[in-house]
Design a binder for this molecule. Structure first.
Ligand SMILES: Cc1ncc(COP(=O)(O)O)c(C=O)c1O
Length: 376
């Protein structure tokens, strides 16, 4: 039995995911956290920090920065410098700060994680939207659509890499095409790489956008966090990597007075997550890949629904347009399953299913999924 098989009761706790359907028999497979405990080394680091007992204002310390630098080298062969790091209480803050910092219109590709669509608006920026496309059952970039959506006023490109919700781990050729495009149009690329530790296909690797070339690095803001991979999003610990000093200053200026220090427990957890959890991480990926395969098999066996291969993340992006439902999310809720509504991601008729949960939960959820499809 895997440690990930152990169910942990989250009903009646502080969980947003489970609280949404409190008192109703609906399994919540929506918001992106997993129903697993954090790695033992992270829990031990948190216990040690709590034992010290003092929770004054804190700043990042050398061993923490060392764990970030070593992790990025070991996992991605990406050498960064300490000064390039800007600590943040979350990735969504980072997306909004980028929109605030860069004057001009903002480009992104849909479907996409909803804050990519709201952040430009919050900073009074015009949003340029292009759709990703599905070719041969795989999600791809449509470079023509991207070019058509871009105007002479576009200055910032929000990239989701790996992509939530379509589950692609963009490869070097695709990333280089995006880097060339950014160069031609003089765009800053804000690359949200929060899911980079969740590459499920063993023959694929995450390539940080900024690691492509010095030219790509110079126009990059990379947003990272241990939160998705090690399941600690509630601890609010994240950071941006911004190699270019002038761009980093603009980003820092946009944070002035509104972005708090990262909390000390989040920092302690980050250090341990990146340094001491390699085995836990490997086991997690194998477990999630198994869950992913179960979801794919169920979807393939149901009429009227379809999904592309999930290379990365614990999120399946499911096309339910073939079921002809007026309110897809409501229909699945009526069958005991809480999924994310594709409309929030810019794609009506799609649902996102979070398979970061014990097999027993997933199997029951998939039983309900099949029943909901049959009843449509
Ligand atoms: C692509 C992406 N970016 C950011 C976030 C959230 O980041 P944070 O909780 O650090 O603000 C998520 C959470 O699902 C995500 O999928």
């Amino acid at each position: 039995m895997s440690p990930f098989d152990t169910p942990i009761e989250r009903r009646g706790t502080d969980s947003i995911k489970w609280g949404k359907y409190a008192g109703r028999d609906i399994l919540p497979l929506w918001v992106a956290d997993m129903d697993f405990a954090a790695p033992p080394a992270v829990l031990a680091a948190l216990h040690r920090r709590v034992e010290q007992g003092v929770f004054g204002y804190g700043h990042p310390w050398p061993a923490l920065e060392e764990s970030v630098l070593t992790h990025l080298i070991n996992e991605y062969g990406w050498a960064i410098e300490r000064e390039w790091i800007v600590w943040l209480p979350g990735l969504v803050s980072g997306l909004n700060i980028a929109c605030r910092a860069i004057d001009g219109e903002v480009l992104t590709a849909t479907p996409v994680y909803p804050p990519f669509l709201s952040a430009p608006r919050f900073s009074d920026r015009v949003l340029n939207r292009a759709d990703l496309t599905q070719r041969d059952g795989h999600w791809q970039w449509d470079m023509e659509a991207l070019a058509a959506a871009t105007t002479s006023a576009t200055r910032l490109f929000l990239l989701c890499h790996p992509h939530n919700p379509v589950g692609r781990c963009w490869n070097r050729t695709e990333l280089q095409a995006l880097a060339d495009f950014a160069e031609q149009r003089d765009l800053i690329v804000c690359s949200d790489e929060i899911h980079c530790g969740l590459i499920l296909d063993t023959d694929k690797r995450h390539i940080p956008f900024a690691s492509l070339s010095p030219a790509a690095a110079k126009r990059s803001i990379t947003l990272l966090a241990p939160s998705k991979t090690f399941n600690i999003p509630g601890l609010g610990s994240a950071f941006a990597v911004i190699p270019d000093a002038a761009l980093r200053r603009r980003f820092l200026r946009a944070m002035d007075g509104i972005v708090p220090h990262v909390n000390v427990l989040g920092l302690a957890a980050c250090e341990a997550a990146y340094r001491d959890c390699t085995d836990w991480h490997r086991e997690l990926l194998a477990y999630l890949a198994g869950n992913r395969d179960r979801v794919a098999a169920t979807v393939a066996a149901c009429r009227g629904v379809a999904m592309s291969p999930v290379e990365a993340t614990y999120l399946a992006w499911i096309d339910v347009r073939g079921l002809g439902l007026q309110n897809p999310a409501g229909h699945f809720e009526a069958h005991g399953l809480g999924l994310s509504d594709g409309s929030d991601f810019g794609a009506t008729g799609w649902l996102r299913l979070n398979f970061g949960c014990p097999r027993a939960t997933l199997d029951e959820a998939l039983r309900r999924f099949s029943a909901a499809c049959q009843a449509a």
